[in-house]
Ligand binder design. Sequence first.
Ligand SMILES: Cc1cc2nc3c(=O)[nH]c(=O)nc-3n(C[C@H](O)[C@H](O)[C@H](O)COP(=O)(O)O)c2cc1C
Length: 201
Amino acid sequence: MNILGIWGSPRRGGNSEVLLDAFLKGAAEGGAEIERVALRELKISPCLEIYHCFKEGTCPIKDDMLPLYDKLLAADVVVLATPIFFYGVSAQAKIMIDRTQALWARRYVLKRDFPGPERQGVLLCAAATHGRLLFVGARLTAKYFFDAINVTYAAEILVRGVDEKGAMLEKTDVLEAAGNLGRRLARGEKLPPVHLSPLAV
Ligand SMILES: Cc1cc2nc3c(=O)[nH]c(=O)nc-3n(C[C@H](O)[C@H](O)[C@H](O)COP(=O)(O)O)c2cc1C
């Protein structure tokens, strides 16, 4: 089992990183091969709407997204960990997601063979406030990201009320749940798909 953790926060040691690491620790204990990608360390251009991907299924922009395409296609489980910024995913995460338009085109425009959908996707989010609609934007973005790369949206852990660096460390029940989720997915457990109705959770 090959588990790819994509960490989308600019803040080292922040809340989404702690959450992702708890998940990945559980996954490693469950026997998975894990890889963690820190988007803040990569140079990834935003999508430039060249539409080369509609013809070729590949992106002509030569940057750090190129190896990530292969990783996204090879992973059995893709985990996106992001803080909530202005009611959506971080800019780092959104830029990476927009670039998967090339995979969307490969799948939906060119109708090429594509791995999945037995592969699974997980959304991990950290946010400071408590509003009812806090995760609506990120959940919708995750749904269509996972659809573009053909992984089933299998699980999510959405954490309210964490702002200061280190706040997530106090959420021991959440970290335990993240570790358990990692262990279950590492063992190949298939989870029922997440339904986005209701969107506000
Ligand atoms: C630019 C920016 C925008 C933010 N927007 C929101 C928001 O819309 N709602 C919210 O609850 N928290 C918001 N926050 C707070 C972060 O989501 C929160 O501090 C989170 O724990 C950060 O996770 P991290 O440490 O992994 O980066 C924002 C923080 C920043 C820096």
